[in-house]
Design a protein around this ligand. Sequence first.
Ligand code: HEC
Ligand code: HEC
Ligand code: HEC
Length: 131
Amino acid sequence: MYDSGKIIPGLIIFVLIVTFPIWFNHGVAADPPKAELPKDKKQCVLPLSEIRPNHMKTLNQWRDEVLRTEDRSFFSVEGTMYQKSLQNACMQCHVSKKKFCDVCHTYAAVTPYCWDCHLEPVEEATKEDVN
Ligand code: HEC
Ligand code: HEC
Ligand code: HEC
C-alpha cells in the first residue's frame, strides 16, 4: 500500500505551486488606474454615469454647437459659469491632463488628437519631473 499521509499533502503543495501565478496576481493585474478627480469640486457637467462613458460625445456635441451654429452659451455647475469648451470648461476643473485624461487613455490605449490644436493645462512640476 502507498503512504497516503505523504502523497496527499504532497499533491496539495504541488497544486499550490503550479497555480501560484494565478492566485497571487488575482485582483492586482486587472485593476484599472485611478484618474485624479478635482479636489474642490463635486459635480461634473453630467452625472458620473453619463460623463464616464459618453464624455467624447459631449465634447463632439459642444464642438458642433460652437462651430456650426455659433452657440457659445454658458451653463452653471455648482454656481460657477462655464463655456462649452474643452479648455474653458473641462480643463478648468480637470486641471491636469496627465493625471486625469491620460491616465485612462493610456490604459484604454486611445490617443485623442485634440491636443494637436487645443492647449493643455500647464502642469505643475513635481519632484519626479525635476529629477
Ligand atoms: C465644474 C467642474 C467640472 C467640469 C467643468 C467638468 N468636470 Fe468632469 N468631473 C468633475 C467631477 C467633480 C467629477 C467626479 C464626479 C463624481 O464623482 O460624481 C468628474 C468626473 C468626470 C469623469 C469620470 C471620471 C471617472 O473616474 O470615472 C470624466 C470622464 C470627466 N469628468 C470628463 C469631463 C469632460 C470631458 C469635461 C468637459 C466636457 C468635464 N469633465 C467637465 C468636475 C468637472
Ligand atoms: C475614466 C476614464 C477616462 C477619463 C478620466 C477620460 N477619458 Fe476620454 N476616453 C476614455 C475611454 C475608455 C475612451 C475610449 C472609448 C471608446 O473607444 O469607445 C475615451 C475616449 C475619448 C475621446 C475619443 C477618442 C477617440 O479616438 O475616439 C476623447 C475626445 C476623450 N476621451 C477626451 C477626454 C478628455 C478631454 C478627458 C480629460 C478631461 C478624458 N477624455 C478623460 C476614458 C476616459
Ligand atoms: C486641427 C485642429 C483641431 C483639432 C485636432 C481639434 N480641434 Fe477642436 N477646435 C479647433 C478650432 C480652431 C476651434 C474653434 C475655436 C473657437 O472658435 O473658439 C475648435 C473648437 C472646439 C470646441 C468648442 C470651443 C472650445 O473652446 O473648446 C470643442 C468642444 C472642441 N473643439 C473639441 C475638440 C475635441 C474633443 C477634439 C479631439 C477629438 C478636437 N477639438 C480637435 C481646432 C481643432
